[in-house]
Design a protein around this ligand. Structure first.
Ligand code: ADP
Length: 527
């Protein structure tokens, strides 16, 4: 069968031969070996289901049958099943039984067990099986560390200088010795009838625990208890069962105290730094707030004088025109029409200014509301352009209007949008410098409407572009000196944009002009 499997590379024929071998097996050991090889050749022959069934039958006998290295065949079967992607409770149980058995397992078996259990954690079908597999890994790991300690003890044993406990050696030599950490109590004994000498090792932890539970007074012990060799003066003999060993009690305020002191010192230092840090941070916040308040107070008072100034200019123009008309001058009808035009225009400017101030105070008090309804933005843009027609003409501006008529409606407060456009147009005029061209466009970009107001005027420094939307904020540059304003216009535009789930952006280059874009979401086009 092996020749067929390995030399001829004929797994199917090998499987038949292994099956014959299985039937002819003289002992369970032979049978299980034959089954292991049968399963392997079935898998190679492309019959995974049959292979799996055979491997499963190898799990049941457990650890009894081992190969030359002492590794149980059941573990090989588990390993192959895992490689084939099979993971179930029978396999877990097989590994659990292997770990829990009283039998001493050689290190290679333990390492294989740990590898298989780790694989099972990963391929376990559910969280319960996963938890069980994880516990199994812990158990096996504990067993491995004990075995490794036992191997280390075996190597060091001669160096411990022990002699048999019940032997007849000179009694001055130690009969127990400590080994490793946490310490094991190592001793040696030889049965009286001349049989082999046996090494004995006991973990000190359980010995101390049993001492504690067996002694009433030990409940009052505070601090640490450790096992030492009896040669040390600060130990109490461990008892007649453990000649040569003692227990030592370390009081809680013994050597450990220096360490505790250092820790406490560090703790105080950290606490102190924290307090100083928090105080400094608080002071910084306070200073920042105060500075802001001072700045705001300054801008507010600037705002009041700016508003008074803004009110005064149109009012005096209106008054002058009205008084001139009242006196019956000028005589020509064209001049009278012009005066009347100025009155209308300046009153409109006043209205816009007052609307801005009133809206701003509503916003500040949280009372500003918007009534949104489906409207065509093209219409609103045209109305706004018409409203600014007179001042534009007076300033000799040319307004280039481009409106995409196919835009679906948007849910907007028409008055608010108009106010925003008027503010942007008024700014474009104010900050146009020597240029006399302004663009007003409405188009759709990626499902949003964009209202763009572009001028070719003084432009805005990049550092100022974010700040111009802050309330009362005005750029102070030599070129804009003397341009009247309140610093509210863009604040309102931004508020209106946000209230419509939109946004306002600016693109600008000093000296080349600015483009303000007001984005407003469109209603879904109905199909
Ligand atoms: P106001 O125009 O009343 O000062 P705004 O809030 O409308 O207040 O504008 C804030 C600042 O933004 C203005 O002081 C101005 O410096 C700058 N700004 C606004 N629009 C433009 C523009 N089109 N071109 C250049 N600067 C502008």
């Amino acid at each position: 069968a092996e020749r067929a499997e390995f030399a001829d590379n004929a797994p199917a024929r090998a499987a038949d031969l292994y099956r014959t071998a299985l039937q002819a097996a003289q002992s369970p050991v032979q049978a299980l070996h034959a089954r292991l090889f049968l399963a392997r050749s079935l898998a190679e022959a492309g019959r995974p289901r049959d292979a799996t069934a055979q491997y499963r039958r190898l799990l049941a006998p457990g650890l009894d049958v081992v190969d030359q290295q002492g590794i149980p065949l059941a573990l090989y079967a588990t390993s192959r099943l895992l490689e084939m992607g099979v993971a179930d409770s029978a396999m877990l149980r097989c590994l659990q039984e292997a770990t829990a058995s009283d039998r001493w397992l050689p290190p290679p078996t333990l390492y294989l067990l740990r590898d298989l259990a780790t694989d099972l954690v990963e391929s376990a079908p559910d969280s319960v099986a996963q938890g069980a597999a994880r516990r199994l890994v812990e158990d096996v790991s504990r067993e491995i560390s004990r075995t490794e300690r036992a191997q280390a003890l075996q190597q060091d044993f001669r160096g411990l200088g022990l002699h048999p406990l019940n032997g007849s050696g000179p009694s001055s030599r130690p009969e127990w010795a400590l080994h490793g950490s946490p310490p094991w109590l190592a001793g040696m004994t030889s049965p009286g009838d001349g049989g082999d000498t046996i090494a004995v090792a006991v973990r000190s932890g359980p010995v101390l625990a049993s001492l504690e539970s067996g002694t009433a007074s030990s409940r009052d012990v505070v601090g640490e208890v450790e096992v030492v060799s009896e040669a040390r003066p600060d130990g109490e003999p461990l008892g007649p069962g453990f000649p040569g060993l003692a227990v030592r009690f370390a009081a809680p305020n013994g050597e450990g105290n220096a360490m505790v002191g250092t820790v406490r010192w560090w703790f105080y230092l950290a606490g102190l730094s924290l307090v100083i840090g928090v105080t400094l941070f608080g002071a910084y916040l306070l200073w920042r707030d105060v500075r802001r308040e001072v700045e705001l107070a300054a801008t507010r008072s600037g705002f009041v004088s700016a508003v008074s100034h803004e009110l005064k200019t149109p009012l005096s123009a209106i008054r002058m025109c009205a008084e001139t008309l009242q006196m019956g001058r000028p005589a020509q009808p064209s001049a009278r029409t012009e005066y009347l035009g100025i009155i209308v225009n300046e009153s409109e400017r006043l209205t816009r200014l007052l609307n801005n101030v009133l809206d701003f105070s509503k916003i500040e008090e949280g009372r500003k509301t918007y009534r949104r309804e489906p409207r065509r933005l093209g219409e609103i843009v045209r109305v706004s352009a018409r409203a600014m027609q007179y001042p534009l003409e007076q300033g000799h501006f040319t307004l280039h209007l481009e409106v995409d008529e196919d835009l679906p409606p948007a849910r907007v407060d028409a008055d608010a949008i108009e106010q925003a456009i008027l503010n942007l147009l008024a700014n474009a005029m104010k900050y146009s410098g020597d240029s006399r061209n302004i663009d007003l466009r409405l188009r759709a970009v990626d499902g949003e409407a964009v209202i763009e107001v572009a001028d070719r005027g003084v432009g805005i420094e990049p550092a100022e572009q974010e700040r111009i939307f802050e309330r009362f904020y005005r750029v102070t540059t030599p070129t804009e000196d003397g341009v009247p304003g309140t610093g509210l216009g863009l604040t309102l535009v931004r508020h209106i944009a946000h209230a419509h789930d939109g946004r306002i952006t600016v693109e600008s280059m000093p000296g080349a002009g600015s483009t303000f874009s007001l984005f407003i979401p469109l209603e879904e086009a109905e199909s």
